[in-house]
Design a protein around this ligand. Structure first.
Ligand SMILES: [Zn+2]
Length: 417
């Protein structure tokens, strides 16, 4: 592993002295701070449009619906005898190109249909996943799936019958799944499950508080997930990461006796259940609101973290935020940003590299720019922080394996501090 040395270039100096500054509302470092970022974003609530929740009926023979949490289907029409079109639109615009879709399709008689996924404002991104029950999913056979018109449309060949076939961009992981998972995790003696507040549309905001013994004065690790609704692969990584921390081996037990781990498994429950592409019910990308906290979800979570740290006279030393993008990578701090546990990141990514043959972690450092969670941990606590990105189509068994390795290597490094 190579350690990068600290270099202040001319650009860095100008950047640090003139472009970036922050306003402390209070001199007390245990209070929530507000920040100005070099690249600010207006996160004032904006209007979203809701789907019509309904069953679409074509000639009383072919049907499609979006009447379930996480669904996204904005219209369903017939193109010709055997071809149908599902139109997919975002909650509002402008928006990141993550065109999530999820619906069910069925027919009176068994038959083969061609289904065109149409994105009037975007291009296709996710390999469709199919399910017979909404719980067990597998990617569509590549022979039954093609992209046309420069990915403006996708074509699926489906065998349908009277039993509803689920078709979705990613496995459906709704707010009720997050609640069930959290309750199951909370069966562990070291886990306390809490509802810390409500989203804009009054869905529960969940937290898991993990430690053994007295948490007073202990350093805290924070884990975040699902600011962005379709980012299920990152959410799966978060689940495996947390489950690894709760195993009953020496490393895990020692770690839970030394640190406190706060887990927020689902930051955007409204967006997830409404089948959004990116935003919350306030029409905002939550991962741009970590400076002024205008959205209820971010406000609740930052207040919870700051209050817990303040009450227990603790410091947050590490924040990990699980997301998905096209490829596996880590968005980390640039070399001029030295957290309290610097250079943890270089050791950690190096250890993950060493532990998994044929996998080279893709570290993509960048400086503070927009108000995202990664910058917040640094500015609020001088904590280390990484955005842990998983590829949309990364094999699910590899997501689990890598998350378990990442959790173990994190614990090994932090236990030795
Ligand atoms: Zn994301």
């Amino acid at each position: 592993m190579v350690f990068k040395t600290l270099k202040f270039t001319g650009i860095h100096k100008i950047f640090m002295s003139s472009m970036f500054f922050y306003l402390l509302l209070s001199c007390n470092s245990t209070k929530l701070k507000r920040f100005e970022y070099p690249d600010p974003v207006d996160t004032q609530t904006r209007t979203i449009s809701y789907q019509d929740k309904k069953i679409y009926t074509i000639n009383e023979t072919v049907f499609a619906d979006n009447q379930f949490d996480g669904a996204r289907l904005n219209s369903f029409t017939q193109v010709n005898d055997s071809t149908f079109q599902a139109t997919i639109l975002p909650e509002n615009e402008p928006i990141n190109q993550s065109p999530h879709f999820a619906f069910r399709i069925w027919s009176k008689q068994p038959r083969t249909v061609y289904l065109k996924l149409n994105y009037p404002t975007s291009t296709h991104r996710y390999v469709p996943k199919l399910s017979q029950d909404g719980a067990q999913w597998k990617p569509i056979d590549s022979l039954n799936f093609t992209l046309i018109d420069s990915a403006k449309n996708a074509f699926l060949k489906l065998n349908i019958n009277a039993k509803k076939l689920w078709v979705a961009a990613q496995e459906l992981k709704t707010s009720s799944e997050a609640l069930n998972w959290s309750k199951q995790i909370a069966n562990h003696k070291d886990v306390r499950f809490k509802v810390i507040g409500k989203s804009k549309l009054k869905r529960d905001l969940l937290a898991l508080d993990i430690y053994e013994g007295d948490p007073q004065g202990r350093d805290i690790v924070v884990i975040l997930s699902r600011q962005h609704p379709p980012e299920v692969s990152g959410y799966l990584a978060m689940q495996s990461f947390v489950e690894e921390v709760l195993k009953e081996n020496r490393l895990q037990k020692d770690f839970r006796s030394k640190y406190r781990i706060l887990v927020f498994p689902l930051l955007n429950p409204d967006g997830v259940d409404l089948g959004h592409w990116r935003h919350n019910a306030g029409g905002i990308d939550l991962n741009r609101d970590w400076a002024y906290y205008k959205q209820e979800e971010v406000k609740t979570i930052v207040n919870t973290i700051v209050n817990i740290a303040s009450e227990s006279k603790s410091k947050v030393i590490l924040g990990l935020d699980f997301h998905s993008t096209q490829e596996d990578l880590y968005y980390s701090f640039s070399d001029d940003m030295h957290s309290d546990i610097y250079p943890f990141k270089d050791y950690w990514i190096g250890a993950i590299d060493n532990a998994i043959p044929n996998y080279i972690p893709d570290d993509q450092p960048f400086p503070l720019s927009q108000p995202i969670s990664k910058g917040w941990f640094y500015m609020q606590f001088n904590a280390e922080s990484l955005t842990y990105e998983i590829g949309d189509e990364t094999p699910r068994d590899f997501i689990k394996l890598k998350a378990e390795v990442a959790a173990r290597e994190m614990m090994k490094l932090l236990i030795l501090r």
